[in-house]
Design a protein around this ligand. Sequence first.
Ligand code: TXA
Ligand code: MG
Length: 345
Amino acid sequence: MKTIIYSKDDLRKQKVRDHIKKTLLHGKNVVFPTETVYGIGAYALSEEGVKGIYKVKGRPSDNPLIMHITDIKQLSLYVTKVLPYVTKLIEAFWPGPLTLVFPKSEIVPSIITGGLNTVAIRVPSNHIAREIINIAGVPICAPSANISGRPSSTKTAHVIKDFNGLVDIIVDGGKSEIGLESTVLDVTQDVPVILRPGMITKKMISDIVGEVRVSGEIKKDDVPKAPGMKYKHYAPSGNLTIVQGDNKKVVEYINEKLDLHKMNSERACVITTKEQSKLIDSEYKYIIGDENNELEIASNLFAALREMDDLNIQYIYSVSFNKGEYQEAIMNRLIKAANKNIVDL
Ligand code: TXA
Ligand code: MG
């Protein structure tokens, strides 16, 4: 298959708009940017399009997809209940990086919900994402545009690497602004439950609705967790270790390890902050951002993990990022990518 890559400006051309619409309505896939990460999209009510997503991503069929819409009025078509506190959350955070899980209506096919009786819905704020949904004129399912288990994509080069030749269209939107996927919040019960942390934080949600729970802090059988959370995630090919604790010890440990790998002719690299990098004695450093700029760290995390693969790094060390209100979202991804391989010093 030949993949056509369109730029943002191409979207103004009627011919391109027609091509995108036809592709989606005919059950094919279009990769496009959102404010969080790139998504691989299909017309949500097209079985062929949705099956295509599972196939090219290699995604397990019980891991449900998020339905993306632009017109909030359409929500009532796809969900059966919107509790009063949820209306407040919608007013505060839509459009934006918050996905809400509702009881689903009958027209939502079970293929997109992995057989669950709930549906995850998000209203993106990114202009290109909105344009694509509006061009199609239908709801668009879009998981993160990465091969299952691998880091999500935050740049066009990433999606080209994963999906060139596998999808009909890729829309180039430059670098994702946020860089981590949306917060997923179950709003089917009286108390909302965070299933996946993101840039809409627990505090931001509780400032509006009061009590909020976090999946994992509660008993296993209480509420359904995001099925996707049980699968391997974000993993680079190399062996990733998070090193945390006393700053001096962390730097010593990493320097020692890097020396050892060098002696053994193994390729090793450290993901670190601008400040800490000055203390690390190796040319193999990936500077993810300023230690006080968590937005920069968040937006570069997936790119860092992908870069390790591009450089064929066998052993990756990362410092942990424990500052600021987004640390939970950042560390959630990093710990999964490391498969919980953490050295505490
Ligand atoms: O920012 C995002 O949310 C990106 C962009 C492209 O919009 N999308 C994304 O989709 O991250 P995906 O498929 O990679 O992650 C969706 C997560 C998975 O963990 C999935 O299990 C969970 O949402 N999810 C989807 N539907 C659900 C449902 N009905 N109940 C519980 N969890 C659900
Ligand atoms: Mg994903």
